[in-house]
Write a protein that binds this ligand. Structure first.
Ligand code: ADP
Length: 490
């Protein structure tokens, strides 16, 4: 019974028909004709005074015209106006008006008909415009939903409060659970809560953070245990959505499952780790053998000695490479360890510059060397400085200088190494410190050997000493690398 009533209410309520662009002729036709008939019957047989119908008829038909124009558009309105006018004509005829009465009745009839027509026209037109707009919006939403469904990533859209308003099947597949529409992020919970601790507070949820501060969050990584107990790596980006006035109205998140890539990366890391460990022993032996041979130079002729020295050189390079690979593995697995001691940084820098300037084609100059003592792993700091200096040698022409300085800045000792070489493009200045990143050939036709491990290792070492490493550079004119480390006040 209740559902029938609800259906009738639904059918009669014009607001329920907004957005429907199919308009009915029959419904206004039947209802208006029946109304006229019922009025006629009531006033002829019950009230027994057909003259009294006038005011009631005006009010009732006015209501019907407004209702049908709003429900069925211009057509509905005009049909109702046409039937109403016919009924009024019939009434005028049935009342046998004559003379002045007839003229004033016709006057009223024409005025009412015109007013009704205007009213039906305006309301019907407005209703049709609204319907079109609503239809367009619904179409737009459908189009968007179709696109979202095709995306290979999970999508989650919330309103400005964090309430879910849109999602896609891919998201359900990734999470292994469906987040229902209306779910309030940060408050509601599901049985197996996918929005677990990582995503719940503005501090940890990219989506809530976008809503809280209006900023885009890019490619945050999260570990997620799905309810089939599989551990996934998810990469989540989110951005706020604003309306034309700039007001924050929603936020959208893109969730991709990067587990396969992550696992491949881990396997690659494992392989590099294993390979470098396996290579270390034979290379060390090789070095020893070559070393023992080059030690007996009186036993060999010049040609053999040249070959032996070449072998020694290449073995040294190989060993450095393997050491770098091992360092990268140590960093990845958190096993990079330090043996810290107090030493004079300026002295160490002078020592390295002394060693390298014998090998360097460029002139190396120490501009300033403030006396600073630091507490650090000397070998590792040596490694950082050597890396920066050999880079300066590698990436600048032989007729340019390399300028080194050790200064104090607040609580930090700062080493700067300036070259006048190829420089580093702006977009690469951060990336070169990432793992296995090379800036690419900046000069046409010129290539530089290397695997892009040095700066990554250097950055890790400096960071783990509570220091900073950065670069300032002008492309084509040169670069200055800076390392700052807290110094000891003795
Ligand atoms: P590698 O030199 O073995 O490639 P690094 O990690 O030491 O690895 O350096 C990473 C990248 O940074 C280099 O490939 C190079 O493109 C860029 N780079 C480093 N130092 C300099 C420099 N002094 N001048 C110009 N480019 C540099």
């Amino acid at each position: 019974m209740l559902t029938i009533l609800r259906r009738i209410y639904h059918y009669l309520n014009p607001l329920q028909h907004i957005g429907e662009t199919k308009y009915s002729y029959a419904f206004p036709l039947i209802v208006t004709s029946l109304t006229a008939l019922i009025l006629q019957l009531i006033f002829v047989f019950i009230v027994r005074d057909i003259k009294a119908v006038g005011l009631y008829a005006i009010i009732i038909f006015l209501g019907l015209i407004v209702y049908f124009a709003f429900r069925e558009g211009k057509k509905g309105g005009f049909i109702t106006v046409a039937l109403t006018t016919l009924y009024y004509i019939y009434l005028t005829y049935a009342l046998h008006y004559s003379g002045d009465h007839l003229i004033s009745a016709i006057d009223t009839l024409v005025t009412l008909a015109i007013l009704y027509l205007i009213l039906a026209g305006v309301i019907g037109w407005l209703k049709e415009v609204i319907d079109k707009l609503v239809e367009q919006e619904v179409d737009e939403k459908r189009r968007l939903q179709a696109i979202i469904e095709q995306l290979p990533v999970g999508v989650l859209v919330t309103d400005d409060k964090g309430r879910v308003v849109q999602g896609n099947k891919r998201l359900d597949l990734i999470l292994g659970i469906k987040i229902p529409l209306g779910f309030l992020l940060g408050r509601d919970t599901l049985q197996n809560d996918p929005t677990n601790e990582y995503q719940l507070t503005p501090a940890t949820s990219p989506l809530l953070r976008s809503l809280a501060n209006g900023k885009t969050v890019l490619r945050r990584e999260y570990e997620y245990i799905r309810n089939d107990k599989k551990k996934l790596f998810l990469e989540i980006s989110s951005s706020p959505i604003r309306n034309r006035a700039g007001k924050l109205i929603a936020a959208a998140s893109i969730i991709s499952d990067v587990t396969a890539q992550k696992e491949l990366e881990l396997r690659k890391d494992d392989f590099v780790n294993m390979a470098s460990h396996e290579l270390k022993t034979p290379i060390t032996s090789l070095k020893l053998y070559v070393g023992s041979l080059t030690g007996h130079d009186h036993e060999f002729d010049d040609r053999t000695m040249r070959i032996l020295r070449g072998m020694k050189n290449q073995t040294d390079k190989l060993q450095e490479l393997v050491e770098d690979l091992l360092d990268v593995s140590r960093i990845q697995t958190g096993k990079l360890q330090f043996r810290k001691e107090r030493f004079r940084l300026d002295m160490l820098v002078k020592e390295i510059v002394g060693e390298l300037s014998t090998l360097s084609k460029q002139e190396m100059k120490i501009m300033k060397a403030a006396a600073v003592t630091i507490y650090a792993d000397k070998f590792r700091i040596y490694q950082v400085m050597t890396n920066l200096l050999t880079n300066a040698m590698k990436y600048s022409p032989s007729d340019r200088k390399i300028i080194v300085a050790v200064t104090k800045n607040g609580a930090d000792a700062v080493v700067s190494i300036q070259d006048f070489g190829i420089g580093i493009p702006k977009d690469q200045r951060r990336k070169i410190f990432e793992r296995l990143h090379q800036a690419g050939d900046t000069l046409p036709g010129q290539t530089f050997p290397g695997l892009g491990m040095g700066l990554y290792i250097s950055r890790e070492i400096v960071r783990r000493h509570s220091g900073k490493i950065w670069v300032e550079s002008i492309l084509g004119e040169g670069s200055t690398f800076f390392v700052s480390l807290p110094y000891m006040k003795t």
